[in-house]
Design a protein. Sequence first.
Length: 306
Amino acid sequence: MPMLHEMFYWVLSMSIVATLTGGIVWGIRAVKCLPRRAAVMLWVIPFARMALPFGINSPFGVMTLLSRVTTNTVTVFQPAEQVALSMTNCIMAADTYFPITYKVNRLETVFTVAAAVWLVGTAGLLVWIAVVYRAARREADTATHLKDNIYVSDGCSSPYVYGILRPKIVLPASLDGNDREWVLLHEQTHIRRGDNVWRLLAVMLTAAHWFNPFSWLFLKRCLADMETACDEQVLAQSGEDRAKEYARLLLRFAQPKPNLSSAFGGAPVKERIGHILSYKTLTRLSVVVSAVLVIVSAFVLLTNAG
């Protein structure tokens, strides 16, 4: 496969850039006053870097600063003098890029072998994802229909949402009364936010960058922030005065769900409860500041050196 080594060359470069941007996002999201609903949006940035080989050039991005020390920009398309579509080259081991000719001939062999290992690893993980997703489907299919898209199951230990196009909410048969209403509010929030779609995309992108340990750290942190963002949304609808009641229910289902669904208890419970109990309703100013921070971060971190 003559093009395989070229594909891996750019995937490796994308992974390096994703690691850089993900590290910056990790630092930004650590700011305590930043709502998790904004923090989870920031994770789109490193995962977009894992997915997209191209970017728009800008003189105001982080990559422009980095290019003064290392990396270079390979222009792919330039429709105007001030507008260019480019790829960031972090490896700088080639003389030309389309096709790639390496500075040292032996590097082609190295990248060809590495690419084969990468492809096998990625394929194996994608098969694993399909198997796990199928197992979750079997559990959801055996659940008893309650109403709308809500199902109950005797074998379900923790509530979760399954499915992409037609998501189902699967509840333990023992769950009833006010607890059921809390859980439904949480899971319906996941559905409205499209969290199952974003979760699956993040997992698949991590599978494609499995060789990068930071991609797994970013995935873990992103999924945890996804749950706390959902918790925030629930409290915004129900009122912060009911936070203790909500935290009590979370303790009841503090079990990770071993599939790709959005599970009610599927994130670090101690962290979530601490966030729930300290939750305060957002002011208009905090909403505006958070939105500006997300937009500026996306522009600065997603653009290439220009």
